[in-house]
Design a protein. Structure first.
Length: 95
């Protein structure tokens, strides 16, 4: 049986690489508003396509911003690692 979401997951993996570059640029610029938007978008899309660890890493950052806190460097490092893993993934499930 063919997975109808497979082409979308493949596009998501490409986007993960692009988001990784954007994350690094936004962190360098210290752009909290755009970092929150990026994390929020990643959280939803990653969850939809089965990239649970990536979604969870993005949710931590989004939740921190929503609560008025600055996410920790460790939270950003985890998101960076999960984006890199998703971009490199060839597993159709994302796990």
């Amino acid at each position: 049986m063919t997975d109808p979401l497979a082409p979308l997951r493949a596009r998501f993996r490409i986007r993960a690489g692009e988001d990784l570059a954007r994350l690094r640029d936004l962190r360098q610029a210290d752009d909290a508003a755009e970092l929150r938007r990026l994390a929020h978008g990643i959280a939803g899309a990653a969850g939809t396509f089965g990239f649970r660890p990536l979604s969870e890493a993005a949710i931590v950052i989004d939740d921190d911003y929503v609560a008025g806190r600055t996410p920790t460097p460790k939270a950003f490092e985890r998101l960076d690692q999960e984006l890199a893993a998703a971009a490199a993934s060839s597993d159709a499930s994302g796990d």
